[in-house]
Design a protein around this ligand. Structure first.
Ligand code: G4P
Length: 190
């Protein structure tokens, strides 16, 4: 099942250096809706027995695969926003996240109106690298009475520490494609 994305990455992905893969022709800038549909179907197959009530993603590139997943599961999608400074507003949950790739700090925020006590949440994101963005989303949810049922990742770079950090918290992760190495300008999958 994961081959459709590996094939696409092999065809259209560009290795920028041994850490970064560019996929802006189908995921990060131009978006291939048929590919997003297949990704949504794969996440549904993997997570459908978990009685998910909500899909949560982080803007911007997580939105397309998360929307397709939420259609498949028949539940709403909630988008956590990135802001420069913290919001002085009691009606938001928020946490600070460090981006290693972009070397900046931002606040991840979501309105309290859209996370309910009884929510069982599936987090979807486009890349898993250092894991900090997803860990921020989990921190927010763990501060509520809602629960995290799992994390769905489109492209995991398994040579970076994100997966380990999530597994250490007992999180169920499913990645559609897992990249073992980008060394020597070559894409090697797990
Ligand atoms: P983390 O979230 O796993 O800790 O990783 P990190 O801070 O390093 O990643 C920051 C941003 O860089 C994220 O996008 C992430 O998706 C993206 N990113 C990380 N590695 C790669 C890569 O190899 N290729 C591409 N194309 N992107 C990568 P973002 O800032 O959330 O951007 P966007 O979702 O608003 O587009």
């Amino acid at each position: 099942m994961r081959n459709f994305l590996e094939e696409r990455i092999k065809r259209d992905g560009k290795v920028i250096n041994s850490d970064v893969l560019k996929v802006d022709s189908f995921l990060n800038q131009q978006v291939d809706p048929e590919l997003m549909k297949l990704i949504g179907e794969e996440f549904k197959t993997y997570f459908e027995k978990k009685d998910i009530t909500k899909v949560v993603t982080i803007e911007a590139s997580g939105i397309a695969p998360a929307l397709m997943t939420s259609i498949e599961l028949g539940v709403p999608l909630v988008i956590m926003k990135k802001q420069q400074s913290s919001t002085l507003n009691d009606n938001f949950f928020q946490t600070q996240v460090k981006s290693f790739t972009k070397n900046n700090l931002y606040n991840l925020v979501v309105s309290k109106n859209f996370i309910s006590d009884d929510d069982v949440i599936l987090i979807i994101d486009d890349f898993l690298a250092m894991g900090e963005a997803v860990l921020g989303a989990i921190r927010i949810i763990n501060n509520t009475k809602a629960s995290v049922a799992g994390v769905g990742i489109v492209i995991e770079k398994s040579f970076q520490p994100g997966r380990k950090k999530l597994e250490d918290q007992g999180i169920d992760i499913h990645s559609v494609a897992r990249i073992k190495s980008l060394n020597n300008n070559k894409i090697i999958f797990e």
